[in-house]
Design a protein around this ligand. Sequence first.
Ligand code: 8YV
Length: 326
Amino acid sequence: MAGEKADVLVVGAKKPVLMKGLEGKVNLHHWLDAKDKDAYAKEVGPKIRAIAIAYTANKVDANFLRQFPKLEQISSFGVGYDHIDAKWAGENGIIVTNTPGVLDEEVADTALGLLLNTVRELPQSERYLRAGKWPSAHYPLAKATLRDRTVGIVGMGRIGKAIGRRLEAFGVPVVYHSRREAKGVKYKYYPKLLDMARDVDTLMVIVPGGAETKNMINNQVLEALGPRGILINMARGSVVDEPALIEALKNKTIFSAGLDVFAEEPKVPQALIEMEHIVLFPHVGSSTEHTRAAMDQLVVDNILAWAGGKPPLTPVAETPYPPKRK
Ligand code: 8YV
């Protein structure tokens, strides 16, 4: 093997940082270029030893992965990896890496932006100005304020902590719920989400997606949040029961919502689009050139570490290093 370049499959777009970092160092193959996917998998599948995934929208399940019997490493873009069957990968001796750390502050910035936009109706007031309505009357006073709110953060990982720091600077009380109490975190911990939802009026959701968190923000949680309630979802659409949320907004079970993520992106339910009082972002949590380049670079660095026989930089929990060999 010495001196031979490893065969790496790129799933998704040919992003400049990925191409610059990998071209010439490994043999690249592009799933995107394959017209007949089955024929392509038969042709290149047996030699592929690593996969680089360009976006979290590029889903990689067990059936897809079975086409690559020599696969050792999957280097994925994004801190979330619910688009990959990481459990299957772990059971089959394949390491999965994601891109944590480099996006925390950016996503926390967006989270605060979405919260402020939702509470203070800033997008609506901008639409009002652009529609030429200001000369006839001032934009109505916002019904909500951050001044009397307590934010319950759902998920106290790195991004949850970065959001907490920002809220502290804004003088907003913070409490949290997560699977386990987070070490060194001074905010009040709620082992039960429902108890926290009853005690706060604002939920900031920033947990990983996947089976464990599917629909955790359900009808009961929204009812507990109550008529002043504001839900901010920066996590994954799957975490919120979307039809229940639509009902809760229609019935005024909660007051408003700010959503960066949706159950079936990029499709957004028409019922949400028609609600003028809520705020909708097209999954832009980490999307600046600066941060996306850092995330892409970490995808590259994980591939190059593997190609150089070094341990992965950021393996996910389901696939600890060294891998269990098949
Ligand atoms: C990306 C994200 O915006 O890292 C993640 O898990 O959700 C975001 O950083 C998204 O994955 C776009 O593909």
